[in-house]
Ligand binder design. Structure first.
Ligand code: MF3
Ligand code: CO
Ligand code: CO
Length: 283
């Protein structure tokens, strides 16, 4: 979502909706289906494909499972999925003119609406063989997402999440995008609170059980600044360098955290879309 004026993308005018156990069980179903969808799409991406064909896959999946792709017509967004090729940070619009070529990286962001609740997850994957530097960016971003999820437990604060990301990627020479943040989610696509991907430990809102939100760091090879293309949606890096993103939806529990956009029953962290770089050790 876009953190522009603090209310821009929010349906809930700043109110935090704490979810009941029953609501969380429904969100587990939404999350799992969104995770299955993302994995199913990831397995089919290859050089020569267009980003419109990725959108077509999403439409097929939603139809087959009789669920709604949340991005379609959301605030005027014209497609069912967001794609983000190379220097695109997020909110890229799939197009039949955009052909994926060997060496690209492509971000795929799937949000399904299942029984009234959202499941939101995203990955960035290589198209064929990519440069070593691109693969390093993917690895650092994935690991930052995992570390951020690890920082989620009752009593910790939002700043601990941002700090986990920032302190992992900045020493590697990367930057954290400021203009887009994670978000509460539930019946609303983008609910409060906003979840910054940078911050100071021990600062910000305290995490409590029943809070459901996304963590979706966008990490740039170069500067963090962005601009929006004339289509009004596509956010690109200001210097044209690569950007990567991984996203999960998760719930704070009494014990710690339950990741909702995974395919295991315990809510253990998995790489979104179950893609990870060669050699990456999945815990
Ligand atoms: N799924 C995106 C997110 O992570 C939001 C997409 S909004 C759209 O928050 F309008 F671009 F689809
Ligand atoms: Co999101
Ligand atoms: Co998303």
């Amino acid at each position: 979502m876009r953190d522009e004026d603090g209310s821009n993308f929010y349906e809930s005018s700043g109110r935090v909706f704490i979810k009941s156990q029953a609501e969380i069980e429904t969100m587990v179903q939404a999350g799992r289906l969104a995770a299955e969808c993302l994995e199913w799409i990831v397995k089919q991406v290859q050089p020569g494909m267009t980003t419109q064909e990725i959108d077509d896959l999403q439409v097929d999946f939603a139809k087959k499972h009789d669920v709604v792709a949340a991005p379609l017509h959301y605030r005027g967004f014209p497609r069912s999925i967001c794609t983000a090729v190379n220097e695109v940070i997020c909110h890229g619009i799939p197009s039949s003119k955009q052909v994926l070529k060997e060496g690209d990286i492509v971000g795929i962001d799937v949000t399904l609406l299942v029984e009234g609740f959202h499941g939101d997850n995203a990955t960035t994957i290589p198209v064929g063989e990519v440069s070593e530097s691109a693969m390093k960016l993917l690895e650092a971003t994935l690991e930052a997402q995992r570390l951020a999820v690890e920082a989620v437990k009752p009593g910790n604060r939002l700043g601990d999440i941002g700090h986990a990301i920032q302190s992992h990627v900045e020493p590697l020479g990367y930057s954290v995008v400021r203009d887009f943040v994670g978000h509460g989610t539930g019946r609303g696509f983008h609910e409060a609170p906003q979840v910054a991907h940078f911050g100071e430990p021990g600062r910000g809102k305290r995490l409590s059980p029943g809070l459901v939100f996304t963590i979706e760091p966008m990490i740039n090879e170069g500067a963090w600044e962005m601009e929006i293309l004339d289509d009004g949606w596509t956010a690109v890096t200001i210097d044209g360098k690569l950007s990567a993103q991984y996203e999960h939806t998760l719930a704070v529990t009494k014990e710690g955290v339950r990741v909702l956009t995974v395919q295991n029953d315990e809510g253990r962290w998995e790489p979104p879309g179950r893609w990870y770089p060669p050699g990456y050790e999945v815990p």
